[in-house]
Design a binder for this molecule. Structure first.
Ligand code: HEC
Ligand code: HEC
Ligand code: HEC
Ligand code: HEC
Ligand code: HEC
Length: 447
């Protein structure tokens, strides 16, 4: 009786803490014992277990950047600033649903080895029954742990109960965690909504079709299927998924230039493979950028800045080593006189950056998505099946070596600006530039 009372009180306390995030109907309703560990499921679902373990779903609470952002930034700010107090549990509702569902808020850091570390586990997705929202976002899933698992098929014989779920197969299922509104009402994750407005939704191509492969596999011990749903969930953390995601073509009218003249050319980028914008998801910190270099016959390298187009907010899409940002991080960490760090990491001055900048309530650019008041100033990302054309004017230097000059374009992607990565001491793999595509053409320098 006493225990029950404490649990109810705990529930109210949580409700209070979570007030700006009023979704998450299921918080604190369960105990860890209600959910089986992924290892248990893996005894029979070996192949699926291995795939899941390699995916970010298994690391959504433990991997270095999530750990740092929650424990160094979001949680300390939630303890101080009432407006964002809800993120104390809000982050956890998507990144460690078991901890959220059991009211283990804040969970112990990953080093403690608690069950919070299981992340988005089998038992999370296969017990979700639906959503409380018409168009889901902010962990608005409903869940029912127990012997019966939600599965995609009708023709199954399993040692546990299986209920055929249309919801599991729908993009709305993914939307419960992949779309997010900040406590200030800004849409800070919109992958589902981007998809819904784009061409793939109309053609019936779901999230699952691009992020889970269907092919031969061992669905369970003794059960081989020709079209098993593989649990790879590859996204921007996998270079194999990024490689070639955007096509690149280059055009120039002339094939000969003279020192002192100008070479005009264009680079076209076509997003033919991504079902939503690229970048998407954690848009506050993702950067896609285009670097163009000329390399002459003597091996000298010349950087070529992009031509400006003059749209509103364009300055945020042109790399500048002078621009500082992310002041909120220093504020939260209590660093006196913190002026910010480089907005664009190490991207060369004048390169085009495809991004959607987020701004905090004080108008400074931020990677703190929960502390975002506005992100509608400019959206210069590449939409599904959209082509972006960038033009360049190279003022051919007088010292350029005669002979062939190669004009080379490379499209890079990084998960987080390198300046932020270094500031927070993340492992360098978290902010390394990854190559999405590259192309080149050659012109002749005539004297
Ligand atoms: C003792 C072995 C065993 C264990 C343990 C086990 N399963 Fe299963 N499960 C099966 C078998 C066999 C099937 C039927 C597979 C088929 O017909 O494709 C199945 C089917 C399923 C399905 C439905 C697949 C479909 O096509 O609709 C889901 C979902 C599922 N299991 C999830 C889980 C989860 C989550 C766990 C851990 C809590 C788990 N299973 C533990 C043996 C097991
Ligand atoms: C992020 C959510 C998510 C997680 C985590 C997840 N699954 Fe699934 N699983 C799905 C979805 C979605 C499908 C159905 C895809 C479809 O058919 O469209 C599915 C399908 C399955 C199937 C049926 C495969 C088939 O085609 O016959 C089994 C069995 C299964 N999952 C077991 C597991 C096990 C075991 C784990 C943990 C190791 C796990 N799942 C983790 C979302 C998830
Ligand atoms: C219970 C919440 C939840 C659900 C439901 C969910 N996801 Fe996720 N997903 C996450 C979280 C949290 C991450 C971030 C992991 C990280 O980077 O730490 C993520 C990351 C991803 C990534 C990025 C991986 C990478 O390599 O960058 C992909 C792709 C993805 N999810 C696809 C899906 C698809 C498809 C579905 C629906 C079938 C789905 N997710 C359902 C919580 C969820
Ligand atoms: C037509 C195929 C396709 C569809 C449909 C699709 N995706 Fe993706 N997705 C990709 C590709 C390719 C990438 C890698 C490029 C990138 O990061 O944008 C990706 C990347 C992602 C990422 C990482 C984004 C980033 O930049 O950090 C997430 C998260 C994700 N997808 C979730 C989803 C969800 C949720 C849906 C459904 C609402 C979905 N995807 C539908 C192809 C698709
Ligand atoms: C509505 C669900 C949801 C909420 C709430 C949420 N996240 Fe996430 N988070 C995700 C998903 C989904 C991704 C993956 C997006 C992608 O891959 O681009 C993600 C990605 C991230 C990443 C990037 C991981 C990487 O490796 O690039 C960090 C860090 C992160 N979240 C931390 C937090 C913190 C801290 C909070 C609370 C202030 C929070 N999240 C709240 C769903 C959520």
């Amino acid at each position: 009786m006493k225990k029950r009372y404490a649990a109810v009180l705990g529930g109210f306390f949580l409700l209070f803490l979570l007030s700006p995030f009023s979704w998450g109907a299921e918080m604190g309703k369960f105990k860890y014992g209600d959910f089986k560990s992924p290892k248990r499921c893996g005894m029979c679902h070996k192949e699926i277990y291995q795939e899941w373990q390699q995916s970010l779903m298994a690391k959504s609470f433990t991997h270095a950047w999530d750990d740092a952002e929650y424990f160094k930034l979001a949680l300390p700010q939630a303890m101080k600033l009432a407006k964002v107090a809800g993120v104390k549990g809000g982050c956890i509702a998507c990144h460690s649903p078991l901890a959220f569902l059991t009211g283990d808020i804040p969970p112990k850091p990953p080093g403690a080895g608690t069950r919070a570390n299981e992340g988005v586990s089998c038992e999370v997705c296969h017990n979700i029954t639906g959503t409380t929202e018409k168009v889901p976002f902010n962990f608005s899933y409903t869940i029912q742990p127990g012997r019966v698992k939600q599965g995609p098929r009708k023709d199954v014989k399993a040692p546990h109960g299986v209920k055929t779920s249309q919801f599991l197969k729908s993009p709305e299922f993914c939307a419960t965690c992949h779309d997010e509104a900040s406590p200030y009402g800004a849409w800070v994750k919109e992958t589902y909504r981007e998809w819904k407005r784009g061409p793939y939704a109309k053609e019936g191509v779901r999230c699952q079709d691009c992020h889970m492969y269907y092919g031969p596999g061992n669905a369970a011990r003794g059960r081989f299927r020709k079209d098993m749903a593989h649990h790879v969930f590859h996204g921007a953390h996998f270079e194999n998924k990024l490689a070639g995601a955007v096509d690149m073509a280059m055009y120039s009218r002339v094939r000969e230039v003279r020192p002192g003249s100008s070479l005009k050319f264009r680079v076209e980028l076509f997003n033919g493979k991504v079902g939503h914008y690229i970048p998407s998801g954690s848009t506050e910190e993702r950067m896609l950028w285009l670097e163009v270099w000329a390399i002459d016959s003597a091996g000298h390298k010349y950087f070529i800045p992009v031509d400006r187009k003059g749209f509103k907010g364009e300055e945020y899409t042109i790399a500048s080593s002078k621009a500082l940002a992310y002041q909120a991080m220093g504020e939260i960490m209590g660093i006196k006189g913190f002026k910010g760090i480089k907005r664009d990491g190490g991207v060369p001055d004048g390169a085009r950056i495809f991004r959607k900048p987020f701004f905090d309530p004080k108008g400074r650019m931020t990677i703190c998505q929960w502390y975002t008041a506005n992100n509608t100033l400019v959206d210069y990302r590449i939409g599904p099946r959209e082509t972006k054309v960038e033009t360049y004017t190279w003022k051919v230097p007088s010292g350029v070596a005669p002979g062939p000059v190669t004009i080379k374009a490379t499209l890079y992607y990084s998960l987080v600006p390198s300046s932020v990565g270094m500031f927070l001491k993340l492992p360098p793999t978290e902010y390394r530039p990854m190559v999405v595509n590259t192309n080149s053409f050659v012109v002749e320098v005539k004297r």
